[in-house]
Write a protein that binds this ligand. Sequence first.
Ligand code: ASP
Ligand code: MG
Length: 443
Amino acid sequence: MIVMKFGGTSVKDATAMRRVLGIVHAQHERTPLVVLSACGGFTDKLLTMARCAGTGDTQKMHEMYQIISTHHITLCNELLANETYRERALHRTNTLLEELRVFCEGIALLGECTPRSLDAIASFGERLSTSIFTIAAQEQGLDALFHDARTTMRTDSVYTNATVQFSQLQTLSRGQILPHMEQGGIVITQGFIGSTEQRITTTLGRGGSDLSAALYGAALLAEEIQIWTDVSGVLSADPRVILNAKSLPEISYAEVRQLSYYGAKVLHPDTIKPAVDKNIPVKVLNTFEPSNSGTTIVYSTKPEEHGLRAVTLMQNCMMIRFDASPDESAAHILADVLEYCHVQKVEILASVGNESSCAIVIRSSDSTIIPNANAVRTAVALLCACGPNLLQHGTELFEFASALQESSPLSVLYGSSDVSIIALLSPDKAQAALQKVHEYIAV
Ligand code: ASP
Ligand code: MG
């Protein structure tokens, strides 16, 4: 079996859902577990509605309800051609909408919207999208089973940010999801939502559908997890800045982590960790260009592979250098600074030191809270290039250095990671440096 996850943009309306149906249909023989988000933007609308109910703004609450209700009823009418299926979808949708209305009235009466209520309300987005989608898949002749994720995605009771109990998920999902697949059917379920032991609805945190997909994939030992989104996988650079950025056929989890840490808008690597740990390949694919083979994220890269393949740029950073006096060691200063940053929750982007001086790099916005009158502050941009097995091969360092020849880097950090090289640049030279490094990557 495989897991296919589609985000909010991919299922936002009837046209989008039809596209997704085509993609699922093409792979139905691989018995997918289809994990869907709410229609794009509707989790926000549901949460706004719940908060309005809680603060007594019932007029806005009713307005939001109207928007939510109209959207999903229109979706049924536009998506389903056959009257029997359309009626079934409308009936199901109206039942859910009625339940949603009662919930909201309840919150308004209490005049209080708790995290638990927020989760209950937010869950309707995914429950509506999957209910309608399942009936549309059945209309297409697919043997599609609707699965309520709240019966398998068992969590703790930390509302709005619940943690999944993996062994429970494993047992429950194997019992409830696999039997239908063994008969050759497909299963459709919600991302993002779960429930406690007591069957109270929870959510895994905003954007939690990727995590749901990875967890189901890991629990059911899927042969592959597909994350369908609106870009063609992981790109060699930000396409808004580097126009010829290209999508990478393969990348390792470690590289994705570095890219994401240094500002690339790729999927959040933590969300796919459960699948990567089980060596299940995670493919990032584009719903709007399904023929593009996207990017496969793998646990580790073959040892012989090397070469830089992606680059990110983080502007608005600050390098802070501390010089040690003869009677103190830079190692001690660095230790104190790191401890201080840890307590103050200042994110360290890079740090280096020797016996006489040391430096850290943080976001400029945090720099004012770093004490020490003797520290020298320099505004910098942080450029991070990624590639596999850099330390075994070593040649990338020279490519990197020659790409940066004209940008006179203020510092180059190499060796602390096997998958990245970092350069600190003066902000006005950073864009040109990014272009240059990408030219090396592109050949
Ligand atoms: N619908 C949820 C959200 O918007 C979960 C997701 O889309 O991943 O946060
Ligand atoms: Mg989303």
